[in-house]
Write a protein that binds this ligand. Structure first.
Ligand code: SF4
Length: 56
């Protein structure tokens, strides 16, 4: 299961730089994680200022 970005995302972009496999991209309003690419490493979770990234 891939990690997910919830509606708590404030689109700050902090997580995108953190992902080692570039699974995170800017969506329409909030950021999104490509489930095919995400390896569930969890690196993005700590950098989110709004706790918007959750395990899938
Ligand atoms: Fe990227 Fe790891 Fe977050 Fe998945 S859990 S989106 S691989 S930083």
């Amino acid at each position: 299961m891939a990690h997910k970005i919830t509606d708590d995302c404030v689109a700050c972009g902090a997580c995108m730089a953190e992902c080692p496999v570039e699974a995170i991209s800017e969506g329409d309003e909030i950021y999104k994680i490509d489930p095919e690419t995400c390896t569930d490493c969890g690196s993005c979770v700590e950098v989110c200022p709004n706790d918007a990234i959750v395990a899938g």
